[in-house]
Design a protein around this ligand. Structure first.
Ligand code: ADP
Ligand code: TRP
Length: 344
């Protein structure tokens, strides 16, 4: 009937606000998948920065259980992993008065927004996603959920008007896609409903695992944050080193043990250990003992608190519920703005 299809008529509803969130007023947001025990890579690559950010501005951290459903199909496991991530953050000092901690699935607005975003997302954009190719190559089932995962992640970010998203390098492409989707929606409906977010790369470089590859749950080479006693000792002692003899000088800069030790040590401690490496006469066993001591003390208080939280699940649940209520109020507003802008 002659009606033009394509870009909707330029239209600006009165209740669609123009949003600007200046960088001087950051809202941090990040999601953590509940895919297993958090390890040193997760701590130094993500959690530590999340905890520091809670001092600086308003922060939203959520446990991405909808994302994890693309790889975990075991209800009990998903539930307990989700709880464990929440308890780990609280144990390490996340202050629920200052940072909003919640479960992704407790904010259903996010799935509503995912659909709105998918309608402006070109297939080609999703087809270029590296993580989909990587994950299916590693044997994850090629579900439509896994394929559209970046749109769910974009909804996570846009739902809270967040402008700073601390992530690891592997997530930067998803942030670019989020910006593309937000821009596409804003342009299609001639609105500024969505704040365009920026990625902030985590400060820590890649934390090596016990085999020297990137530490990762999926490589089984991790040192879990709250491992203790003999198990921790065994794990640390299993770190791969070269075969330099005890009496010979060693190179700290190519040693996994030294790299891990450096994450915990002060500059003076690093210099002192590096000198012992270069002088010769020190075996890798000694360096491992120094590292073991660091891991053990750094996480001692957190480990104790984690055990307390495991024994008091209702406290953790209360924190998650209160976080969800707060997060949901923001997400509802943003989603209503988006609905008004696109005419549903
Ligand atoms: P994993 O590889 O163990 O599955 P995730 O992909 O769930 O870890 O990562 C969660 C967060 O921890 C991300 O922000 C990621 O960048 C960070 N991270 C994970 N492993 C490392 C590592 N080895 N070094 C630095 N950061 C890491
Ligand atoms: N995809 C992220 C990961 O695998 C987790 C995540 C989901 C996320 N939603 C997010 C991270 C929003 C930052 C912002 O690590």
């Amino acid at each position: 009937m002659g009606k033009k299809v394509g870009k909707p008529l330029a239209h600006r509803s009165a209740d669609v606000d123009t949003i600007a969130r200046p960088m001087s007023n950051p809202r941090f947001l990040s999601g953590i998948q509940p895919s297993g025990d958090l390890h040193l890579g997760n701590y130094f690559g993500a959690m530590q920065q999340h905890l520091q950010n809670q001092e600086a501005g308003n922060s939203y951290y959520f446990i991405a259980n909808y994302h994890a459903l693309t790889s975990i199909q075991d209800a009990e496991l998903l539930r307990s992993n989700t709880f464990d991530v929440a308890a780990s953050y609280l144990a390490m000092g996340l202050d629920p008065e200052r940072a909003t901690l919640f479960r992704q699935s407790d904010v259903p607005e996010v799935t509503e927004l995912t659909w709105l975003l998918l309608t402006v997302t070109p297939m080609g954009l999703l087809e270029r996603a590296v993580s989909y190719k990587d994950k299916t190559a590693r044997g994850l089932s090629a579900s439509a959920g896994l394929f559209t995962y970046p749109a769910l992640m974009a909804a996570d970010i846009l739902a809270y008007d967040s402008n700073v998203v601390p992530v690891g390098a592997d997530q930067v492409q998803h942030l670019e896609m989020t910006r593309d989707m937000a821009g596409a929606f804003n342009r299609a409906f001639d609105t500024e409903v969505f704040v365009i977010p920026e990625a902030r790369l985590n400060a820590a470089k890649v934390v090596p695992g016990v085999d020297g590859q990137k530490m990762s749950k999926s490589y089984g080479n991790g040192i879990p944050m709250f491992l203790a006693g003999k198990k921790l000792k065994k794990r640390v002692m299993s770190i791969v080193t070269d075969s330099t003899e005890v009496e010979d000088p060693k190179d700290p800069d190519t040693c996994n043990v030294f790299a891990l030790y450096s994450l915990f040590a002060t500059d003076d401690e690093k210099t002192a250990l590096a000198e012992r490496y270069r002088a010769g006469g020190m075996g890798y066993g000694d360096a491992k003992k120094a590292l073991l001591e660091k891991v053990d003390t750094h996480f001692a208080a957190g480990r104790a608190r984690y055990a307390e939280l495991q024994a008091d699940p209702s406290y953790v649940e209360d924190v998650l519920q209160a976080g969800a209520a707060k997060a949901r109020a923001v997400a509802r507003e943003v989603t209503d703005r988006a609905r008004a802008a696109c005419g549903v």
